[in-house]
Design a protein around this ligand. Structure first.
Ligand code: AHG
Ligand code: MN
Ligand code: MN
Length: 339
């Protein structure tokens, strides 16, 4: 399909608002706010090499990981933008121990959506000038409007997401998102501060030749993943595959969505549930992957069907081109499921 020239994200949001089941305009305003916060973060990320903003903030996040200064900046930028606009009733962030309650206009608690974010994904890439991202996930609250948001509003299985997306701060800055009607990508023209529709109807090639996994952890991987990696490396008609691993989920999935490939972050002996967070990383990426025709599982279960029990829970993750993910699953199924 030819890209209609010069369609902006703002125009696209308005034109497609009616596609959304509850089209009150609230979700459109929410995506608009994310677009705005992304510009602020983009500006700061682009300056990372120039100003004293790289390096540790001297804090560790609640998962015991060092926080970079830009993690803090991005966290604040998204939370402030969403809070000031009083669009959502609550926000949960990878960088915050508890969810944030937003009472909204006149303290009425009448906003209907919650947002979950990984404000800066791939933060170890910042000080080496490699792509980072932001991931967001949006649900409709399950508790009644008029009452304060509660934990159960955040602990919903991923198939109930009404929208999800990511921003990639790469050679270009892009927003890629879905409201459940396919996936579209918008590229920022930095001179104008405007995002243009550049990647309409993004879809995963059914198969591909890229596998993305941190092979340094190979000895700790489950046997099914070890076997699958060996399969990727075998000499056959379409193999060995190419290995590509950036260390930023957003960037690795974005590349694989365009070129065809599989991303794997398995459980290891050290991290029995893997490393990636279900609510801030895996659910939104799985929603986008499925909307783009791919598959996302933990090796045994569809990611979007996992019932979360805690805000910061982790899960093994295998996502990408459908036939590659099915092949990886078939290797996993040769061995008994962990726990
Ligand atoms: P974050 O920067 O938000 O902590 O996420 C980093 C995640 C993910 O983006 C990436 O794919 C993975 O961690 C990389 O982990 P390893 O360095 O263990 O490969
Ligand atoms: Mn992350
Ligand atoms: Mn992060």
């Amino acid at each position: 399909m030819a890209v209609q020239k010069n369609k902006t994200l703002g125009e696209f949001i308005i034109e497609n608002q009616s596609e959304f089941q509850y089209s009150s305009g609230e979700l459109s305003r929410l995506i608009n706010s994310i677009r705005l916060a992304a510009k602020v973060v983009n500006h700061e990320v682009n300056k990372a090499g120039l100003v004293d903003i790289i390096g540790e903030a001297g804090d560790t996040n609640i998962q015991g990981e060092d926080q970079q200064k830009l993690d803090v900046f991005a966290n604040d930028a998204f939370i402030n933008t969403l809070t000031n606009r009083e669009i959502v009733c609550g926000i949960a962030s990878e960088e915050e121990e508890d969810f944030i309650t937003i009472q909204g206009r006149n303290g009425q608690n009448d906003n209907k959506y919650v947002v979950l974010i990984d404000p800066l994904d791939g933060s170890s890439n910042i000080d080496v000038n490699v792509s980072v991202g932001t991931i967001f996930s949006i649900f409709r609250r399950v508790t009644p409007p008029g009452t304060p948001v509660s934990l159960e509003d955040f602990l919903q299985p991923g198939h109930r997401q009404v929208a999800a997306g990511y921003i990639i701060y790469g050679t270009s800055t892009m927003i890629v998102y879905s409201t459940g009607h396919g996936v579209n990508g918008f590229t920022l023209n930095p001179a104008l501060g405007t995002y243009y529709l550049s990647h309409p109807n993004l879809s995963f090639p059914k198969t591909g030749n890229i596998y993305s996994v941190n092979e340094g952890n190979y000895v700790h991987f489950p046997q099914g993943i070890k076997d699958y990696i060996k399969y990727c490396q075998e000499e056959e008609e379409d193999r060995p595959y190419t290995s590509r691993y950036i260390g930023s989920l957003v960037s690795d999935v974005h590349r694989n969505m365009i070129k065809g490939g599989i991303y794997i972050y398995p459980n290891t002996a050290k991290d029995p549930n893997g490393k990636l967070r279900l609510l801030y990383e895996c659910n939104p990426m799985a929603f986008l992957i499925e909307q783009a025709g791919g598959k996302a599982t933990d090796g045994f279960r569809r990611i979007l069907d996992i019932q979360p029990t805690t805000l910061h829970q982790r899960t093994p993750f295998i996502g990408g081109s459908a036939s590659m993910v099915e092949k990886a699953e078939s290797f996993m199924h040769r061995y008994p499921q962990r726990d």
